[in-house]
Design a protein around this ligand. Structure first.
Ligand code: AVJ
Length: 335
């Protein structure tokens, strides 16, 4: 009898995945706006994902290590709130370094549902996790978690918890974050829970250094967008012609990454010419920072009840535990 090669078949949502046509349309759209911009979802090709992994190890990039510390210290409390036989749905699972900490603490976890756009990374982490948690049901889904994703409900237990670490929510603008949280609530279902990592507002120099490290890894990560566009769309961006810049917009409470044209120049792309004035920028990413109260307000507005949060001694990062319930449930009122 032939052994089954793949134990956990990967569910694909191919129609929603970023492809060449998506890249082309997005680049054409972004570069014709008054403030030129490129969507940050295109950072994560193979090289971009590797550069991001490298960022997470930098001294200046406190986010990953602070969040892992919080998970290690408080996984017991989190597991107690989640309860037994949970199905954990992870949005943008990436290299999956954080989920084992939670799964180790959970009582009889039922399933792990990683959703990621990188199919290779998904297959690799499914293999690693199956070896580490042999009795865990794996339901990998190859999809862009920013798009609506249908869960294979029959394969999941009733106790559902969303896991969204890394402050990836910060890469959405608040109105997008609100829509995302609402949609996740609808997807996971009534009384689902959510564990979500959120980077906090803090002093400017700490924030700026995290997005403009001395070794230049973040600069390479940012510029990799141009490398990708040159390769995949046959553009002729001069890579040395653009400088990496991280800014903090204090009013909006967000880091912005830009690529700054060092001199006036033009770029050929898909039969068009795009002109840059000296100093003109392409806006490539937002990374919104939230105070505890700001994030709780956002969660409430999206139909989630903030139940508990954990933070580090320096108040740099927070993990929030939320429960999804509609308003009637949270604040019962007489009719
Ligand atoms: C994807 C949210 C974890 O915004 O901090 C890191 C991406 N960009 N350095 C972030 C990123 C520049 C990162 N997250």
């Amino acid at each position: 009898m032939r052994a089954r090669a793949v134990r956990a078949p990967i569910h694909a949502a191919a129609a929603d995945l970023p492809c060449d046509a998506d890249l082309a349309a997005s680049v054409l759209d972004g570069l014709t706006r008054p403030q030129k911009s490129l969507p940050s979802r295109f950072f994560y090709d193979t090289r971009g994902s590797a550069l991001f992994e490298q960022i997470t190890t930098l001294d200046e990039y406190y986010l990953t290590r602070t969040e892992i510390g919080l998970l290690e210290r408080h996984a017991g409390d989190m597991a107690a709130l989640i309860g037994p036989k949970a199905s954990v749905v992870e949005f943008g699972s990436g290299s999956s370094r954080k989920i084992p900490i939670l799964l180790e603490a959970l009582e009889e976890p039922a399933a792990w549902v990683p959703i990621d756009i990188d199919q290779e990374m998904l297959a690799q982490s499914a293999r690693d996790m199956q070896a580490r948690f042999p009795s865990l049901r794996l339901v990998p889904i190859h999809a862009d978690f920013m798009q609506p994703v249908a869960l294979p409900a029959r394969q999941l237990s009733a106790n559902r918890v969303g896991f969204f670490p890394g402050s990836t929510i910060g890469n959405l603008r608040p109105h997008e974050a609100l829509a995302f949280l609402r949609r996740v609530g609808a997807t996971l279902g009534r009384s689902a829970a959510m564990l979500i990592g959120v980077d906090r507002k803090k002093d400017l120099s700490t924030l700026l250094a995290a997005y403009d490290d001395a070794a230049g890894v973040t600069a390479a990560f940012n510029r990799n967008l141009l490398v990708r566009i040159n390769r995949e769309l046959g553009a002729d961006f001069d890579l040395d012609g653009f400088a990496h810049e991280a800014r903090y917009d204090i009013d909006r409470g967000r880091i912005e990454m830009h690529l700054v044209a060092r001199t006036a120049q033009s770029v050929r792309l898909l039969g068009k010419i795009f002109r840059f004035a000296a100093g003109e920028t392409i806006h490539t990413e937002v990374s919104c920072k939230y105070t505890m109260e700001e994030f709780r307000l956002l969660a409430r507005a999206a139909g989630w009840q903030p139940v508990q949060s954990w933070t580090d001694p320096r108040d740099w990062f927070a993990i929030h535990f939320l429960r999804f319930c509609d308003d009637e449930e949270v604040t019962p009122h007489a009719r």
